[in-house]
Write a protein that binds this ligand. Structure first.
Ligand code: NAP
Length: 298
């Protein structure tokens, strides 16, 4: 049997923490790095190897997963002081699994290939629950042979692994997904706001929305949290705003009108501007609550 790849993991946030834990549980040798040291503690307790820089992770792994916030953060991790590239050797693979723009994926792939390093863009969907349960859907852009080498690692984190095409196509697919996620979140919140104002029993409304024709992952995942008054992330509102901004840029470059997507972008920009960017996407209900109250005064 082929020897298992040594895996490095950078960025142990809401998603990365669970994804890295699943990789270790599936028997891969793992070494991890996180900028904020407290997030390393559960890994240290399990005896997992810790590196003190992205450069150290590169030295200790065949393939490295990066799961940080946005493109400038990926750039920092890859090329900054003590960045991953400084510990990388020819033939190593690095995979960006966060969400950003296809143009950055193409740029990173190009810059890394001049050092003989392979790059995949492999964003995910399925939320914090999918990350914990190892049931993510993963969309991958890059060379097919590199995808095949990395596939066993993807299978440790996800259930549905999609080869999307060359560099940038994983991110393109993810941005398509985020239009649907953004608008589903708006739909859920708007339906809930009307249900509350109309004096409906919210438990029964949830029964309706989670079993009827309108059901969605967004409703099943986030409406129960809203019903408990829990607006912690899950999936941060500022991150969805970032994704919708990138989707809008992609659509503009292709001349595609993104009417609903633009509406969702404006709503999540407004929510972020109220200081709720670090709350979950479902906190959009608070924005609607404010607007409904404003309406009552007039
Ligand atoms: P998160 O909980 O905020 O974690 C972000 C991680 O990135 C943290 O480990 C953070 O380190 C690290 N980081 C950020 N900037 C960095 C930098 N410049 N240098 C080094 N490390 C840096 O976010 P998340 O929810 O895990 O999301 C991560 C990515 O996955 C985002 O692109 C998001 O859009 C995408 N995503 C999220 C979900 C979801 O449901 N949450 C689903 C699919 C995709 P510190 O601990 O030091 O802050």
């Amino acid at each position: 049997m082929a020897e298992k790849l040594k895996v490095g993991f950078i960025g142990l946030g809401i998603m990365g923490g669970s994804m890295a834990a699943n990789i270790a549980d599936k028997g891969f040798a793992l070494n991890v790095y996180n900028r904020t040291k407290s997030r390393l503690e559960p890994f240290i307790k399990k005896g997992i190897m810790v590196s003190d820089s992205p450069e150290g992770v590169a030295r200790n792994s065949d393939i490295t997963i990066i799961m940080v916030t946005d493109a400038p953060d990926v750039e920092d991790v890859l090329f900054g002081k003590e960045g991953w590239i400084h510990g990388a050797k020819e033939g190593k693979i690095v995979v960006d699994m966060g969400t950003n723009s296809p143009k950055y994926a193409e740029e990173f792939a190009g810059r890394l290939s001049s050092s003989g390093v392979e790059f995949l863009d492999a964003p995910v969907t399925g939320g914090d629950v999918g990350a914990k349960q190892g049931t993510l859907t993963i969309m991958v852009g890059g060379k097919p042979d590199v995808f095949n080498s990395a596939k066993p690692v993807f299978e440790a984190m996800g259930k549905t692994i999609i080869y999307a095409g060359p560099s940038g196509y994983g991110q393109k697919m993810k941005l398509v997904n985020q239009i649907a996620i953004g608008l589903e979140t708006v739909a859920m919140v708007e339906a809930m706001e009307l249900a509350k104002a109309a004096g409906l029993d919210i438990d029964q409304v949830y029964r309706l929305l989670s079993t009827g024709g309108a059901r969605s992952f967004t409703i099943e995942s986030y409406m129960p949290r809203l019903m408990k008054g829990d607006i912690e992330p899950g999936f941060k509102a500022a991150h969805l705003r970032k994704d919708l901004k990138y989707a809008e840029e992609l659509a503009a470059s292709l001349g595609v009108p993104l009417i609903g997507g633009s509406l969702a972008l404006q709503l999540f920009t407004a929510l972020t501007n109220t200081g709720m960017g670090e709350k979950g996407v479902h906190a959009l209900l608070k924005l609607y609550d404010g607007l409904t109250k404003l309406n009552e005064k007039h």
